[in-house]
Write a protein that binds this ligand. Structure first.
Ligand code: UDP
Length: 375
């Protein structure tokens, strides 16, 4: 008997949507399912008071990969948003990422040489030559004062672990520059899809059968029996029913409020970097779309989300893989098991247990399409 579909795609997030789009284009029959009632995974946006609210956390598209940029531009037009978050440490405000404005405010230094000398002095005093964890890496990049005011509290709230236990690569995501430049990303291309991410993913899935509210793992045998191949973008440990243990994830809770004022914080993102404030950051969604001008202030209301980070437990949404040594070792065991599943491809942030940005997810999905579909 012939299967009904060439491909079953589990998860309607970016990885799944890119694959489904390419598979359909290559003439394959595809069914996409998702256990949520919405497409677009964690990039899902929903309109509230005329504002696209990032329901599962702020997503700013940024990339240096021209192929990926051109790829997403087929499905959406992007605005000119540039991410410049502000750090709030007990009411003291600092520019992010770490740049000359930050160094000037912290130390009163004016020239790049003075800033570099200050960082060097603090790095030397801490005696770090070969940084082995996030704390040592941070101090050697920006010095002890910035580590203590802008990194330590934020990171420990975000990850629920000491900066000494966390891998150095996490802090290397952030640029450090000796110029007066508040653009958070070192990326050639950056923006937010006009009309929201949901519309962009909907365009990717045009003409493809999508079933929502369907839990693959609950009816795995049935689903496996209707498709030749499966692209699985859920959590890899859940796929194997946690047979060799749980991988750790961080989860996030969003406390979203509509406020009866046009402008709450004057910026899309404000990070609360002290350890006492219970949330990690507050997102004011309208500023992703409207720029810092009258257009946004003309809307009488605003929508904000406070973000609270917690350790994932069954029933929560997993957001961030905890890519430390212990979890890395467990993941590589799961990966061996996954490699033996010849009918299934594991992909995306949860399927590969990687702290992927959106552009990297798309690049990885496109690579997979090449292998899988020959396109
Ligand atoms: N980080 C920090 N202070 C900040 C912002 C970020 O210490 O104000 C650190 C923190 O450890 C975080 C990492 O930098 O986990 C990466 O930040 P990024 O903004 O890339 O995180 P995401 O937006 O993916 O949550």
């Amino acid at each position: 008997m012939q299967n009904k579909y060439d491909y079953l795609v589990v998860g309607a997030g970016l990885y799944g949507a890119v694959f489904a789009h390419e598979a359909q284009k290559a003439g394959k029959s595809v069914l996409v399912i998702d256990k949520r009632e919405n497409i677009a995974g964690n990039v899902y946006t929903e309109k509230i008071e005329g504002i696209h609210v990032h329901k599962y956390g702020a997503h700013i598209f940024h990339t240096n990969n021209k192929k990926v940029w051109e790829y997403v531009n087929q499905f959406a037009e992007f605005n000119r948003f540039t991410n410049s978050p502000v750090a709030n440490f007990h009411g003291e405000l600092y520019s992010l990422p770490f740049n000359m404005y930050t160094f000037n405010k912290m130390w009163g230094v004016v020239t790049p040489e003075e800033a570099a000398a200050k960082i060097e002095e603090q790095k030397k005093a801490a005696g770090i030559t070969n940084p082995e964890n996030l704390e040592e890496q941070a101090i050697s990049l920006v010095g002890k004062d910035i580590f203590e005011k802008l990194i330590k509290g934020y990171t420990e709230k975000q990850w629920g672990r000491s900066c000494r236990e966390l891998p150095a690569f996490i802090i290397k995501r952030l640029p450090v520059r000796l110029t007066y430049d508040n653009n958070y990303f070192n990326a050639l291309y950056q923006g937010i899809p006009i009309g929201g991410y949901t519309k962009m993913v909907d365009n990717m899935l045009k003409g493809i059968e999508v079933r929502l509210g369907e839990d693959y793992l609950q009816q795995k045998d049935e689903y496996d029996s209707i498709a030749d191949r499966v692209i699985y973008t859920g959590a890899i440990d859940a796929y194997f029913n946690f047979a060799i243990g749980h991988l750790e994830y961080r989860s996030v809770r969003f406390d979203t409020e509509v406020l009866d004022k046009p402008n709450y914080q004057g910026n899309a993102a404000v990070n609360y970097t002290d350890v006492e404030t219970p949330w990690t950051r507050i997102i004011e969604h309208k500023w992703f779309e409207f720029g810092k001008d009258e257009q946004g202030n003309d809307l009488p209301k605003t929508v904000i989300s406070r973000e609270y980070s917690s350790e994932w437990k069954p029933g929560d949404e997993p957001y961030y893989p905890v890519n430390d040594e212990k979890n890395g070792a467990l993941y590589s065991e799961y990966k061996k098991m996954a490699d033996k599943e010849d009918k299934v491809v594991f992909g995306g942030r949860l399927g590969e247990y990687r702290y992927y940005d959106m552009d990297a997810v798309i690049a990885s999905a496109l690579d997979m399409c090449e292998k899988e579909l020959g396109v």
